[in-house]
Write a protein that binds this ligand. Structure first.
Ligand SMILES: [Zn+2]
Length: 369
């Protein structure tokens, strides 16, 4: 099994400035600290890959800059121009909760282009699957604005690239970031060339999106599956979501390529999320995705990095997923696993099963015909 990996030092140079969590420092009450979406979680993920030896087993894929044409398949010219101008003129905050610094435009283009380079390597057969550790993240960015730390919707840009440049007819998304993948959803809302699935914490971000009853419109009706799990959901709730909803939905749809907007903010130690996943949970979910990708689409599976804000734990989650993609196991043990596994509520709760059942109804009604 050959696994591709995308990283570039400039991803760490997108400067989100000083903040407390995601609230910018204001010189009055919010004392400057590092922004929650800074480079450290990603650098530490990459560094742990190196320390574990897994880094040497990965096929490095050189990112390229996305072109304006690539971005305009998903975003409005006004949005592209706004980001470019802000980036050239010293930066600032834009859209919702998003910082653009000097030079962030080029880094965002390299982020989207890095995911595209990984997709190309999978399509050419150079690698079987890939993890694109890119930054800034993308899955909240909408057609017209930056949102939730995301400048361009990398996942939707790569999807359009696969459909238009590689002539694929059907692709699927499984977004396991703790936040709803609203940008990807919007890009394919009335379009059945992509099955967009998002499992996330109920009404977290964006607060009005990600509900079960938001399942697409027009040609896309039934091709958007939201599973808004209640806060506190643990490993078994996620595994049952995959078994009861996500895997059956993929089997009905039969995509030619699976993209996973991958955040590790559903982990037990995340400062923003309120879910309880741990590394063994991520390993099991990844295994299920590999199996279904082998069954349906020659193993074509691409993960693109989104959130994950625990400096301590994101690297171990990333290592677990990358190891599973490669089929290798290093001798690095997750030092937090025992604590996370022992937390109460790792088994599925009735109110979590209720949500899974509602999402399953959408799959049964629209996809399992
Ligand atoms: Zn997130």
């Amino acid at each position: 099994m050959k696994t591709g990996f995308v990283w570039h030092e400039s991803y760490a140079w997108h400067d989100t400035g000083t903040a407390a969590l995601f609230v910018s420092a204001d010189g009055k009450t919010v004392q400057p600290d590092s922004h929650v979406e800074d480079s450290e979680t990603k650098r530490r993920f990459r560094n742990l890959l190196e320390m574990s030896g897994v880094w040497d087993q990965l096929t490095k894929i050189k990112p390229r800059m996305a072109t304006e044409k690539d971005i305009l398949r998903v975003h409005s010219p006004e949005h592209l121009e706004n980001i470019k101008q802000l980036s050239e003129n010293g930066g600032g905050t834009t859209g919702i909760l998003t910082v653009v610094a000097q030079g962030s435009y080029e880094i965002a283009m390299l982020s989207a282009g890095g995911v595209m380079a990984a997709a190309d390597a999978i399509m050419s057969g150079e690698v079987n699957n890939a993890y694109a550790l890119v930054r800034p993240p993308g899955h909240h960015a909408t057609r017209d604005e930056a949102q939730g730390f995301c400048i361009f919707c990398n996942s939707a840009v790569v999807g359009r690239h696969l459909l238009e440049q590689h002539n694929l007819k059907k692709i699927a998304y499984v977004d396991w970031d703790v936040h709803h993948g609203n940008g990807t959803e919007q890009a394919f809302w009335d379009d059945n060339t992509a099955l967009t699935i998002s499992v996330h914490q109920d009404r977290f971000y964006p607060p009005d999106r990600g509900l079960v009853e938001q399942y697409g419109e027009g040609d896309g009706e039934g091709y958007n599956i939201n599973i808004p799990l209640p806060p506190g959901s643990g490993v078994e709730a996620y595994i049952e979501t995959f078994k009861q909803v996500i895997i059956p939905a993929l089997r009905c749809y039969r995509p030619e390529f699976i993209i996973v907007p991958s955040g590790f903010d559903a982990s037990a130690f995340d400062p923003l999320g309120r879910m309880m996943l741990h590394t063994d949970g991520y390993r099991e979910l990844t295994k299920m995705l590999i199996d279904i990708a082998n069954e349906l689409c020659e193993g074509r599976l691409l993960m693109c990095h989104e959130g994950g804000y625990s400096r301590a734990y994101t690297p171990f989650c990333g290592l677990a997923v990358t190891e599973t993609l490669t089929g290798l196991r290093s001798d690095v043990e997750d030092p937090f696993l025992e604590v996370a596994s022992a937390m109460g509520g790792q088994d599925i709760q009735p109110h979590q099963q209720q949500v899974i059942a509602l999402a399953k109804d959408v799959v049964d009604k629209y996809l399992n015909k």
